[in-house]
Design a protein around this ligand. Structure first.
Ligand SMILES: Cc1cc2nc3c(=O)[nH]c(=O)nc-3n(C[C@H](O)[C@H](O)[C@H](O)COP(=O)(O)OP(=O)(O)OC[C@H]3O[C@@H](n4cnc5c(N)ncnc54)[C@H](O)[C@@H]3O)c2cc1C
Length: 350
């Protein structure tokens, strides 16, 4: 009896969407649990980082669908469909959603969530996810569970609080659980031989009260800070923007690393806002994190302490950064960093 009921439910989920196009054989699913993973795109390019929502969704078990909206998103939808274990990609092609404005995107998402009868909605804990999901949760009368780092079961989640100084286990009793996931805790799902069906979602064509005017994005040919395996970060010890660029950029280039910065460095204008690492910046966990002229305040550590190897250069032997560093060098960064850069270049024949 129970099995019959479960099967009926899974059939309902599969048939509640419009026509699907796929060349794959249909996959029979019997779980009640069903998750919608919200994917990000920019100019039709799938944001690979947002595929961590799929990883978390697959950990939950049950049916996993992806959701993507914007302009010219067919290629991005096809890319997402290649992730193994995903049943369906729901796409809504409309310029109104291109910039991910939460005022129009949230009602769109809610309508699609209701239509799909999802039990869980997951997005990355990125600017997009942090902007969008609280509105979605409010519209669904659900309490969002934010920035989770682990999943215990379908209603119990682990999340750091107080800038990572305590770890909370949170149980949600909401019928639709709205969750954002920490990117460093769930690796982006890999696009392999998956063959999810791509279907058109409901377009609410919501008449938003806000209008997209313009954006001013920092452009860089360097690796993306959020996903790079090596990061070199500079702090207030760099003294000026000129010195930051003169000292840190050659080191980043020699190592093929992304550039990061402390909030003090960003606030002093040494580095762009988008490079800030920490509690109110980006959370990173690269293979190598090098902190140069950074004291190691807890708000900075909150953004990098899960890095695999932490190296620090600081002239103060008592700087707190050395308490978390695997490798430390006490000295003046204006001598040590150029010396290190030359040694890296020589060893790599650059
Ligand atoms: C709510 C809140 C949120 C915050 N969020 C963030 C965040 O997201 N990210 C963040 O980074 N901070 C954040 N902060 C700020 C944080 O508390 C610290 O003020 C900041 O991290 C300090 O940056 P810093 O280490 O570069 O500067 P400082 O603390 O001033 O440290 C500079 C270091 O450089 C060393 N130094 C100086 N000259 C040299 C030299 N020539 N050679 C070698 N070493 C040298 C000094 O010994 C010192 O250790 C936040 C604070 C609050 C209250």
């Amino acid at each position: 009896m129970f099995i019959l009921a479960r099967r009926a439910f899974s059939r309902y989920i599969a048939s509640s969407w419009g026509s699907a196009y796929t060349t794959c054989p249909a996959v029979a699913r019997t779980q009640l649990l069903s998750t919608l993973a919200v994917l990000e795109q920019r100019d039709g390019q799938l944001n690979q980082g947002s595929l961590n929502a799929f990883t978390a969704a697959k950990k939950l078990g049950g049916t996993v669908h992806g959701f993507i909206a914007g302009t010219n998103i067919s290629v991005a939808a096809q890319e997402a469909a290649k992730v193994e274990g995903i049943d369906q990609i729901i796409k809504v092609e409309n310029e109104a959603y291109e910039k991910g404005l939460p005022e129009s995107y949230a009602p769109l998402l809610v309508e699609n969530i209701k239509r799909g009868n999802y039990t869980h909605v997951i997005a990355g804990h990125t600017a997009f996810g942090k902007n969008l999901l609280p509105r979605v949760a409010a519209l669904l009368d659900s309490q969002q569970v934010s920035d989770i780092t682990a999943i215990e079961d379908d209603k119990t989640f682990i999340r750091p609080i107080y800038a990572g100084n305590a770890i909370a286990t949170v149980e949600s009793s909401d019928s639709i659980k709205v969750i954002t996931v920490r990117g460093t805790a769930f690796a982006p799902a890999i696009q392999e031989s998956g063959c999810a069906a791509i279907v058109d979602g409901v377009d609410t064509k919501s008449d938003a009260s806000v209008e997209w005017m313009s954006e001013d994005l920092a452009k860089s040919d360097r690796p993306d800070l959020a996903i790079s395996s090596k990061v070199v970060s500079g702090g207030r010890g760099l003294k000026s923007k000129e010195d930051f660029d003169k000292v840190m950029l050659p080191l980043a280039d020699a190592l093929g690393a992304a550039v990061g910065a402390s909030r003090a460095a960003v606030d002093s204008g040494y580095a762009d806002n988008s490079l800030q690492v920490g509690q109110t910046g980006k959370v990173v966990a690269p293979q190598l994190y090098m902190a140069v002229g950074i004291s190691g305040a807890i708000q900075h550590l909150a953004g990098m302490k899960d890095s695999k190897v932490i190296a620090a250069i600081n002239k103060d032997a008592d700087a707190p950064i050395f308490q978390v560093a695997d490798v430390g060098l006490v000295g003046d960064l204006f001598d040590k960093v150029p010396e290190l850069t030359e040694k890296v270049k020589t060893s790599l024949n650059l």
